[in-house]
Design a binder for this molecule. Sequence first.
Ligand code: URA
Length: 189
Amino acid sequence: MSRDEELAQLIREIGACNRCGLAAGRTHTVPGEGAVPSGVMFIGEGPGAREDELGRPFVGRSGALLDRLIQEEFGFDRRSCYIANVVKCRPPGNRDPADDEVSACSGYLARQLELVDPQVVVLLGRIAASRLLERRDPLKELRGRRFEIGGRRYIPTYHPAAALRGGASVVTEMRVDFARAHLVMLGAG
Ligand code: URA
């Protein structure tokens, strides 16, 4: 099977998933989208209301900021990278995904990582950073640092929604982290 076929099969599997309680409340699954393979993969927390409505990741206000930072710091648009979330169905009221929900979804994300095979993974926010790095340190202490786990490079940073709440200084810190991730993607960071 080609990589594209494998990904298409994975996305069908996610579409039919009933492994956790989030399935009951969803309008659409939000498996992720983008280029495969890709030099960079972004991982958020889970779909919000707009994403649940459309079945696509980061299409609300956070997505607009993410798109802008990708364009300005990587120099390409979202279609040239891959964007996914830790959980593929919307947690009610945008609460944090629970442990069993993250575990139920973790195999999907692991397969996406294998198929996309990025040079660098940008972890957007506390949930993605703590789950993928298996660290409980505050995000402030993790952000912008390069982690290498299982031969893969990760750069945690803020979630775009936190940057929208936190204002210009947080956006600037995210920009710095994206620029670092771009260098890592190029093999120079
Ligand atoms: N927030 C996320 O973590 N993921 C999305 O897809 C949208 C908002």
